[in-house]
Design a protein around this ligand. Structure first.
Ligand code: PMP
Length: 410
């Protein structure tokens, strides 16, 4: 039997535990700022109109069946995903040095990349066989990486003083990492902090990584969702590709299509420009296919079909861009509303970071005790690290939340 020494009780996932507690709370004023999923102004999940349109078309297709997809997933989806993340005229795509596999959303893509590193990455020193994550990072990164028996190392990222990027700390850590280390970077809308490097800072990061021959692994879970522009949010990735890096990308369609539960994502391996690049991606692709086969056999079809339909149709694509602007626009307007309410209340402290940070989340700087008080006294649910999901705010609760926040920091 598996006694407790062999299989100890694992702690509950903090985020999903928070969701359960929120659901149980019967107070009508309760506010959910925990989970990273978009909500409309009525605090309800939002099916993107373009997803509804594609879904309707898909259901009308008399040839639709439930056969297996290939191991690498839906080819039209993969190709459209390459173009979306690397740009239509990408030299890497033209040179055929990109290999892409459909994955179980972004999580599956981060996993596949990490599993590939674990199995095949062979840096000069054993020390470099580790994945460097920002401190802090999306909590699941740690679990995904240790699950494939790779050490997680960290680079400083968030400055508690400025509530912005600790750029010097970040660069120094990347500079002193063993040559050829894998550096995991959030492509945009960093989770949990909402803090991204500027373009100038990205160029400096790329410069140091080039010198140290580090391997970039981009996690891109919010393309188009952060700024409202798909190309702006992919800028850092494309800068690195243009610099000739060999790199990997984990791409999620959970947030930008609102396809959370459908698990549509894509993993890309981009080889550096060279005469052997096509041969290299063919070999890499063959091994990725074996990893994929052993774990999921074939990726799920439905979400990928919806995304593919939108990505491959000009009219639907423009409609999607409109929907992205709706989501990012509402979030940006909530940042402004929260900031101006705090200004009005003359809440102690500096709150500029609320409007300076980007994407779904804001790192408020509230401490664990204040977070606890918000929950007990005001029925406001957020993670212990002081992160709030901006999407949980709306025109009806932003004032209530601002007053609650004001009260716990006084
Ligand atoms: N990476 C980051 C940084 C994320 O925030 C998320 C979503 N929470 C993901 C990856 C992947 O999410 P999913 O598997 O739902 O696409």
């Amino acid at each position: 039997a598996f006694n407790a020494d062999v299989v100890p009780q694992a702690p509950e996932d903090p985020l999903f535990g928070l969701m359960a507690a929120y659901r149980k709370d019967t107070d009508s004023k309760k506010v959910d700022l925990g989970i990273g999923a978009y909500r409309d102004d009525n605090a309800k999940p939002w099916v993107l109109p373009v997803v509804k349109a594609a879904d309707d078309l898909l259901r009308k297709d008399p040839d639709l069946n439930h056969e297996y997809l290939p191991i690498g997933g839906l080819a039209d989806f993969n190709f459209a995903s390459q173009k979306l993340i690397l740009g239509k005229d990408s030299a890497a795509i033209q040179d055929k040095r990109v290999i892409s596999l459909q994955t179980i959303s972004g999580t599956g893509a981060v996993h596949l990349g990490s599993a590939f590193i674990s199995r095949f990455y062979n840096p000069q020193s054993a020390e470099a066989k580790a994945i460097y994550c920002s401190s802090p990072t999306w909590a699941n990164h740690n679990q995904i990486i240790t699950n494939v028996h790779l050490p997680v190392k960290t680079y400083p990222y968030f400055s508690k003083e400025t509530k912005g990027l600790d750029f010097d700390g970040m660069i120094k850590a990347i500079e002193s990492a063993a040559e050829g280390s894998v550096i995991l970077l959030h492509a945009c809308a960093h989770n949990p902090t909402g803090v991204d490097p500027t373009r100038d800072q990205w160029t400096k990061i790329a410069h140091v990584m080039r010198q140290k021959r580090h391997f970039p692994f981009f996690d891109c879970a919010y393309q188009g969702f952060a700024s409202g522009s798909l190309s702006t949010d992919a800028w850092a990735i494309n800068y690195f590709v243009d610099q000739g890096f060999e790199l990997m990308i984990a791409q999620s369609y959970a947030k930008n299509f609102g396809l959370y539960g459908e698990r549509a994502g894509c993993f890309h391996f981009v080889a550096a420009p060279s005469a052997n690049a096509q041969d290299e991606v063919a070999r890499v692709g063959s091994q990725l296919a074996i990893l994929q086969r052993s774990e999921i056999s074939n990726p799920p079809a439905y979400g990928a079909r919806i995304a593919s339909m939108v990505l491959n149709d000009d009219k639907l694509f423009s409609q999607w861009e409109e929907d992205l602007r709706t989501m990012s626009g509402r979030i940006i307007s909530m940042r402004k509303a929260l900031k101006s309410k705090l200004d009005e209340l003359e809440t102690p402290g500096k709150w500029d970071h609320i409007t300076e940070q980007i994407g779904m989340f804001s790192f408020t700087g509230l401490n664990e005790q204040q977070v606890g008080k918000l929950r007990e006294k005001f029925h406001v649910y957020m993670t212990k690290n002081g992160r709030i999901s901006m999407a949980g705010l709306n025109t009806k609760n932003v004032e209530y939340f601002a007053k609650a926040l004001d009260s716990v920091v006084r």
